[in-house]
Write a protein that binds this ligand. Structure first.
Ligand code: UT7
Length: 324
């Protein structure tokens, strides 16, 4: 008998304000045609003034609880993956805990930028498998609009805000790949690639939040190679192959990265959940947003085998294989 971290519910939240590509045409030297053809992005959501990462995370968490039919007093752990916390401290997770009216358990944040949700899922799985936690809300939430340099056309057109949440609960399994729940995880980072994607400010350097800086093209090339490799490693750990995958749910940074990774894995785009056109790159929020949208579209169903994979600043990258 094995303990598995099984998905009980999923939910998401997007800020009301939708920003079409045309919004940028009057601000920087760009075009809808360039943004769509190079990234696949058509629109993104930006948080309203005063709307914070924790606000969005609380909405997404409530949606996941409602989807699971569970009460907040049945949750013992909250992990929030974010690089755009409300404050330097306390953690966004403790703000979500308070916002949900949760008086038991504990919460903490995970910071692995766009790979944050994959790292948070792997940590949630470890807590459940070790017996430390019985039920974990894993949330990805970001307000990247607040760290964009709106004069840098190479980055400002790519990112958006939002939040997604998954509720995981301990359940018995037989230890085989037929179990529901998380079947394997694979995490990686390499700090030598720091210059490819970083924010040029911070508490112990400038004392400011800073703005996002990215070397898009070299990062693009790293992304396809590393995402396919980590997906393969996670699949091998789960004892599964490409033919067993029902859905790839990738980090939504760029449609061409998503297509390139699917091709390397020998899968058709019919097996990929794509939301990049509507959300842009929402960093740690992009995978739980895609999981939630994929479920509501009727794409993701119980017992489907999913590979979620992401790469971002660090560089940090990884994949999780789960049976929904
Ligand atoms: O979430 C974390 C992971 N993030 C990623 O993985 C992002 C990875 N990178 C990418 O998605 C792509 O590299 C971009 C979408 C950022 C850029 O696409 P690209 O095909 O790699 O374009 P490029 O950077 O090579 O730029 C091509 C041209 C350049 O002009 P020149 O030098 O050829 O004259 C850029 O200056 O496009 C120019 N350009 C733009 N033109 C119009 C850059 N940004 C823009 C823009 N509008 N917004």
């Amino acid at each position: 008998m094995t303990t598995r971290a099984v998905v009980r519910g999923v939910g998401h939240y997007l800020p009301e304000q939708v920003i079409p590509n045309s919004w940028f045409e009057s601000r920087v030297d760009t075009s809808d045609e360039w943004i769509v053809s190079r990234s696949g992005i058509e629109r993104r959501h930006f948080a309203a003034p005063g709307e914070t990462t924790s606000h969005m995370a609380i909405h997404a968490a409530k949606a996941a609880l409602s989807d699971a039919g569970m009460r907040v007093d049945q949750v013992d752990t909250i992990i929030v993956a974010t690089s755009t916390p409300d404050l330097t401290f306390p953690s966004t997770a403790t703000m979500v805990q308070e916002g949900l009216g949760m008086e038991q358990g504990y919460g903490f944040d995970v910071q692995a930028v766009c790979a944050g949700f994959v790292f948070a899922l792997a940590n949630a799985n470890a807590l459940i498998v070790s017996g430390q936690s019985k039920s974990v809300l894993v949330i990805g939430a970001e307000t990247f609009s607040r760290i964009l340099d709106m004069e840098d056309r190479a980055t400002c057109v790519l990112f958006g805000d939002g939040a997604g949440a998954l509720l995981l609960e301990a359940a018995p399994g037989d230890g085989s790949s037929a179990d529901r729940g998380i079947l394997s995880t694979d995490l990686n980072s390499d700090g030598r690639y720091r210059e490819m994607l970083y924010v040029d400010g911070g508490v112990s350097t400038t004392g400011t939040a800073g703005k996002l800086r990215m070397q898009g093209n070299p990062l693009f090339r790293q992304a396809v190679e590393k995402l396919a490799a980590t997906a393969d490693t996670a699949l091998a750990k789960a004892g599964l192959g490409h033919d067993d995958i029902d859905w790839i749910v990738p980090h939504q940074a760029n449609i061409r990265i998503i297509q390139g990774t699917a091709k390397k894995l020998g899968l058709s785009m019919d097996n990929v959940v794509v939301t990049v056109q509507d959300h842009g790159n929402t960093s740690a929020a992009s995978i739980p947003l895609a999981l939630s949208v994929g479920k509501s579209r009727g794409q993701i169903r119980e017992n489907d085998v999913l590979v979620v994979e992401a790469i971002g600043g660090g560089l940090a990258w990884g994949a999780v294989v789960l049976r929904w």
